[in-house]
Design a protein around this ligand. Structure first.
Ligand code: ATP
Length: 592
């Protein structure tokens, strides 16, 4: 049974009006009961407001201006009239919904007139094809094509459909449905038990594509889901670390013993070694293979197995003096042109620290010491490939010595890892099997945060012509909103300010985005997309910032300082989360 988009839109309206996660799961399960198996992937992606996942993730993010122009043209209004309505409703989707009352005859189907299989109604498949077309329309001179595609979509839409189409094309669907909610609903509808979500989540962590997980579940059954294991060529969701700020706390969490490693300050890589070549994925599953031919060939030389998935950190390296170079040098390697020249100028080295698959066998469920042994037996070190430095310890003194030495050597800190039998590789999880323990840029202990830019202040005096400061936010993962956490005005070089000004220009929006909460207004709002690293002395209560807002106060960073690093390897929803901040705040309060 196929459903039309008007039915899907009605589900979206119900989801949007439902604050409770459990009710949302019931509504989603009901939706799954209505769709055809061929629609499951599309429905999953659309419900998350995107057109794909994992390495093939595709999100539409048409410029607000273009949508305003299209609506104005289509409904015989001036752009300023549409803008006025936008200011009133704060949401172009609602503006479209309220404006579109008079629908003209379908042009959507004209669009598919050559396609015999095209349905005779506004099906999910038709919508999907048009959205894909829109997403692939890029480059100079594409504005007109985008506008006519959007017009085609809107002419045939009911007011409710228009609300969601506009939000989808703007990349702002935001129904409040997250991946984990969707997985639980899939478990409930297709296996009859929401508890099976954990097995679906495990599969999702191994294939990083929620549409594929849903499609396997629906077409091949739950047994097939349970058989999913890591596979070379398919990126796995990365394991992440918790943080702690004393040797006592670390050993307490890890059961009195640990493996200590240097926390290398570079770029995390998940390398897939296959018989047909090596693929390098960033932690975001971006394919970085073309940028690092030197690392690809050192992995090829080092590997003693036919296939493998291993993880490590790439650093810019000075081979003459045998030392690491600052992170900024490595960032010069991220460009897509002049690769050979950049490779010569900024040579790199990879430090491997984990193995996830060796010779077709998943090793994620082995303990860390066992995985490490396999890693060392399956690879040979060479000039630009080494294993991370590692020390097994069982006392606070040993931990403190290793940490102090690492800081003295200029490292940003250490990683303390569990070595118990349950020290498995937890894909997609920020758990206590890995703990990071960092020193700050001046030597005393503090934390760094990865925050999303939500606003920009115009520069004054010396900074005239560029931005002067940024409004930054943490990420509230339950509500899918960015909550202001600090105003960031120090730590910038002139080049940083110029670069950030250029990066933020196309992201500026007139109104505060719907998924932003802030008690203060910057000169310009910015769409949440760019993540910057911020160091700070402490977290304190704030009457204006909205992180952990309780009605009267929130939390904010004191003395925030830009570390010089734009986290191009992180998406906004990978910013430091509310739960991490609450953990840090509570830990500090307990320590006082
Ligand atoms: P941070 O900004 O502190 O690096 P993060 O959010 O990027 O944090 P976390 O998972 O919290 O990532 O910390 C682990 C990160 O540290 C890894 O993503 C990896 O890039 C880096 N790293 C450096 N050395 C190691 C190591 N020996 N083992 C594991 N991760 C390491």
């Amino acid at each position: 049974m196929n459903i039309n988009f008007d039915e899907l839109a009605a589900f979206y309206e119900r989801l949007e009006a439902t604050p409770g996660r459990l009710e949302m799961i019931d509504i989603l399960a009901e939706l799954f009961g209505k769709i055809d198996t061929s629609e499951i992937e599309m429905v999953c992606y659309l419900t998350l407001g995107k057109l794909g996942d994992g390495p093939s993730e595709l999100t539409l993010g048409l410029a607000e201006k273009l949508v305003i122009q299209t609506l104005a043209e289509q409904y015989g209004m001036s752009e300023s009239e549409v803008e006025k309505l936008l200011a009133e409703h704060g949401d172009l989707g609602v503006v479209a919904e309220q404006t579109i009352s008079k629908k003209t005859q379908s042009t959507l189907f004209d669009f598919f007139e050559d396609d015999e299989s095209s349905p005779s109604s506004f099906s999910i498949t038709s919508l999907w094809s048009l959205l894909l077309k829109l997403a692939h329309t890029t480059g100079t001179g594409s504005t007109g094509t985008k506008q006519s595609l959007l017009t085609n979509l809107l002419i045939d839409s009911s007011p409710l459909e228009s609300r969601y189409i506009v939000r989808i094309v703007l990349g702002k669907l935001r129904l409040g449905v997250r991946e984990m909610t969707l997985l639980e609903a899939l478990a409930l509808h297709y296996t009859g038990d929401r508890k099976n979500k954990s097995l679906l989540e495990r599969a999702y962590n191994f294939i990083s594509d929620i549409g594929k997980v849903a499609s396997i579940l629906v077409n091949d059954g739950f047994e097939a889901i349970q058989k999913i294991t890591p596979s070379p060529g398919t990126p796995i969701r990365c394991m992440a670390a918790q943080r702690a700020d004393s040797a006592f706390e670390i050993l307490n969490k890890l059961g009195g013993k640990a493996a200590l490693e240097i926390k290398y300050d570079g770029l995390r890589i998940q390398a897939h070694i296959t018989p047909s070549g090596v693929i390098l994925y960033s932690r975001n599953h971006e394919d970085l293979t073309p940028q690092f031919p030197d690392i690809v060939s050192s992995l090829q030389k080092a590997s003693q197995v036919s296939n493998a998935i291993v993880e490590g950190e790439i650093l810019a390296y000075d081979f003459e003096n045998d030392t690491f170079l600052p992170f900024q040098n490595l960032m010069r390697r991220r460009r897509k042109t002049e690769i050979d020249e950049m490779m010569k100028k900024f040579p790199a080295k990879i430090y491997l620290f984990d193995a996830l698959l060796i010779d077709d066998l998943s090793v994620v469920d082995l303990s860390l010491p066992d995985r490490r042994k396999l890693l060392e037996n399956s690879f040979h070190e060479n000039e630009s490939l080494a294993f991370s430095e590692l020390l097994y310890i069982s006392s606070e003194d040993e931990l403190n010595d290793f940490f102090m030495q690492a800081v003295k050597d200029g490292c940003e800190g250490i990683m303390a890892k569990s070595i118990t039998p349950s020290s498995i590789y937890e894909a997609g999880v920020r758990g206590w099997n890995w703990i990071k323990y960092k020193a700050d840029y001046v030597g005393s202990l503090t934390d760094t945060f990865d925050l999303t830019i939500i606003g920009a202040y115009s520069g004054k005096g010396k900074r005239t012509g560029t931005i002067g400061a940024l409004l930054c936010a943490s990420y509230n993962e339950d509500e899918d909103v960015y909550q202001s956490f600090c105003k960031l005005g120090t730590g910038f070089s002139d080049e940083d300010l110029k670069e950030l000004t250029d990066i933020l220009e196309p992201l500026k929006v007139k109104e505060k985005p719907n998924n932003v909460m802030s008690g203060i207004d910057p000169d310009n709002w910015v769409r949440p997309k760019i993540v910057v690293e911020v160091a700070a002395a402490e977290i304190s209560k704030s009457p204006t910032h909205m992180t952990a807002w309780n009605g009267t106060s929130g939390l904010a960073l004191r003395f925030p300082r830009f570390t010089g690093r734009i986290r191009t390897d992180k998406s906004a929803d990978q910013s430091t989360s509310l739960s991490e901040i609450l953990l840090m705040y509570e830990a500090k309060r307990r320590a006082v």
